[in-house]
Design a binder for this molecule. Structure first.
Ligand code: GRG
Ligand code: 1GP
Ligand code: MG
Length: 233
């Protein structure tokens, strides 16, 4: 797969299980200037609600990726630029590191590897659904996080390291430590970005910031402000 994320600053993550704010359309969100739309979430995800959002976004001129939370929700659609498959480095069970992946590869014998890449997640918010779901060990120091990031890059050749604070704003010094520990990998940061300032703060350390809940809770202008901050930083 090509590595377009090397040129990205901002990702908008749309959760197919969540509504959009009154009067906001998928088209409005696709037109915020974000570098890519990633469709994914943890709970309440089905092939049907994934397909609906992917179809709605496919009509618009934006890079479009699916981030499946399990093999059974993967949508085969030519409109997708690719699949970003999570692997959770600090998961409590190997199922979320390589197990689900093994099942996926076993079931689908004609996987589209050209359009498939992995994201090496480090899950940091113990209260997020993704932490409960994967039984992640979120009790990590900056040194632990930096070491996971280095392992992901140097030992597992991961092109994307994803520091995931989903639902809460993370510790900038930990994001900085992860940034210093990675060289080749692209560092994604996601969690609690709610406007220009929080976006700018994390974008000074991470290569790419991911904005999720804001798209479902605020208006298009708030999302556009985070795109501006990501590009300014
Ligand atoms: C092998 C395949 C195809 C899939 C398995 C992929 C894995 C390991 C998934 C486990 C991690 C996971 C659930 C990732 C989904 C993306 C994500 C972290 C979404 C954000 O989740 P939250 O914000 O916690 O959830 P909600 O917003 O849905 O509550
Ligand atoms: O929803 P928020 O808190 O913006 O987090 C974004 C993303 O990292 C979630 O996977
Ligand atoms: Mg979320």
């Amino acid at each position: 797969m090509t590595t377009p994320w090397e040129d990205w600053n901002h990702i908008l993550k749309i959760d197919p299980d969540k509504d959009l704010p009154e009067g906001v359309t998928y088209g409005d969100l696709c037109a915020t200037g974000t570098d890519a739309v990633e469709v994914g979430g943890t709970m309440g995800i089905t092939e049907e609600n994934m397909s609906a959002v992917i179809e709605a976004c496919a009509e618009h001129d934006v890079a479009l990726y699916q981030e499946p939370s399990s093999p059974d929700v993967v949508v085969e659609d030519d409109a997708l630029d690719g699949y970003l498959i999570p692997t959770v480095f600090n998961a409590g069970s190997p199922f979320w590191i390589t197990g689900a992946h093994k099942e996926w590869v076993r079931l689908d014998t004609e996987l589209d590897w050209e359009r498939t890449a992995t994201e090496a997640y480090i899950v940091m918010n113990p209260d997020a659904d993704v932490a409960t779901y994967t039984e992640a060990d979120c009790d990590l120091s900056a040194e632990d996080v930096a070491s996971y990031a280095e392992v992901a890059e140097r030992m597992f050749g991961q092109e994307i390291v994803y520091l995931e604070y989903s639902g809460t704003f993370g510790d900038p010094s930990i994001v900085e430590a992860a940034a210093e520990a990675t060289d080749e990998s692209t560092l994604f940061y996601g969690g609690g970005i709610d406007g220009y300032d929080s976006a700018f703060r994390m974008a000074t350390h991470a290569d790419v910031i991911v904005v999720g809940n804001l798209a479902h809770e605020a208006g298009v202008d708030a999302v556009r402000d985070t795109v501006e901050a990501a590009n300014d930083a």
